[in-house]
Design a protein around this ligand. Structure first.
Ligand code: NAD
Ligand code: WQD
Length: 336
């Protein structure tokens, strides 16, 4: 039976997608080098679904290891999450980011070609809209980036686009995620960053659980209703479901298609703090700090292409995003 290879399937978004693919009846194979995740997440996927997961602890840059998977498993599509994702770290270590994200994708695409596998769903990002597009972001706006991480997404989208032009049978959906947060309803899988979190939600969660003292809100003088930054936060479960729809779409449509996965609504940092306080039942200590370099005031998606092409739209709410995140934090205060 043909299977889907899920790269980065032990990570935050990938693990939730594995659950959704299994629940939707797709046989999956997971590749992850565990550079930013733990094997425990595979066990948890198994616990949630009651199914055994075929897992290869392997690096996507290792052609022999990737080839072995294609040799041993009948892979007919790839859902490609694997990559480094920390914006600040990418500025400090650009070569690592280009090498892992682009180099790894290169190896994967070459081996897909060797084995005649022509379907890929790729984890892109709203970061490809750069600094200068007006909101809401629409897929046909020009792409750009402000840091090496963002450039890896822009470049991989371009590579996929070019392959689709060269091969009329190739199909690639680039899902441009906005800000994924939340966790599985079981509390068994969720976001488990190494070290001090860079992103807002894991930071708030660690303040709530007592691991960190205080949140710094990066600026309250933006041109937004309460002065704090506005983003389109999307529940990771909605996001995971979007991948199942995107794969079904890709199987039926050749060519390159970028699709936003967002709610279409912006939420400010202060609104998020207050929603989390409600979910966890205690105050979140915060202070107002300077703006973070590179941040924009506000972004959110135009989510109509996903609705039109994938029949997908976000269903979770700000409340459930915070409640589910808090459940995961309480059950796993020290991560997985
Ligand atoms: P994550 O770090 O939790 O998951 C990525 C997984 O890829 C990890 O398990 C890591 O061990 C694995 N990995 C990294 N390099 C690898 C390699 N060379 N070989 C094999 N495995 C490797 O991150 P995530 O939040 O789940 O993000 C998944 C994807 O979505 C990434 O491509 C990321 O850039 C993209 N994305 C994430 C966000 C976000 O805010 N979380 C937003 C937009 C896009
Ligand atoms: C959200 C808001 C901050 C932390 C990043 C990447 C993007 C994508 C998603 C991968 C902003 C504010 C944050 C804190 C704060 N990732 N904030 N205090 O910057 O929108 O997007 O993750 O593709 O590429 O850039 O997400 O969660 O870091 O910030 O006040 O301690 O929270 O200023 O307004 P961001 P974030």
């Amino acid at each position: 039976m043909s299977k889907i290879l899920i790269t980065g399937g032990a990570g935050f978004i990938g693990s939730h997608a594995c659950v959704e693919f299994i629940n939707a009846g797709f046989p999956i194979v997971v590749l992850d080098n565990l550079s930013n995740s733990k094997e425990e997440s595979i066990r948890r996927i198994e616990k949630i679904t009651g199914k055994t997961v075929t897992f290869y602890k392997a690096d996507m840059r290792d052609a022999a290891a990737v080839r072995r998977i294609f040799e041993e498993q009948q892979i007919d599509a790839v859902v490609h999450f694997a990559g480094f994702k920390a914006v600040g770290e990418s500025v400090a270590k650009p070569l690592d980011y280009y090498e892992n994200n682009i180099g790894g994708t290169f190896v994967l695409l070459q081996i897909m070609r060797e084995y005649g596998c022509k379907t890929i769903v790729f984890s892109s990002s709203a970061t490809v809209y750069g600094m200068h597009n007006p909101i809401p972001y629409v897929e046909d706006m020009p792409t750009s980036a402000t840091n090496p991480y963002g450039y890896t997404k822009v470049m991989i989208e371009q590579i996929l686009h070019d392959i689709c032009i060269s091969d009329p049978e190739f199909r690639a959906v680039a899902l441009r995620y906005f800000n994924p947060i939340g966790a599985h309803k079981s509390g068994l899988i969720g976001e488990d960053p190494n070290g001090i979190p860079n992103n807002l939600l894991p930071y708030i969660g660690q303040v709530a659980v007592g691991k960190l003292q205080q949140l710094s809100i990066f600026g309250n003088d933006y041109d937004t209703p309460d002065g704090t930054g506005v983003r389109d936060y999307i529940h990771v479960l909605d996001l995971a479901k979007g991948h199942v729809s995107a794969l079904k779409y890709a199987k039926e449509h050749a060519g390159f298609m970028p699709i936003n996965l967002g709610t279409g609504h912006g939420i400010s940092v202060l609104e998020m703090v207050h929603a989390y306080e409600k979910a966890c039942g205690k105050p979140i200590s915060y202070r107002i700090a300077d703006r973070r370099p590179g941040d924009i005031s506000a972004n959110y998606a135009n989510a109509s292409r996903a609705k039109e092409l994938l029949n997908w739209q976000a269903e979770e709410t700000l409340e459930t995003m915070c409640e589910d995140s808090w459940r995961f934090m309480q059950q796993n205060p020290n991560g997985l």
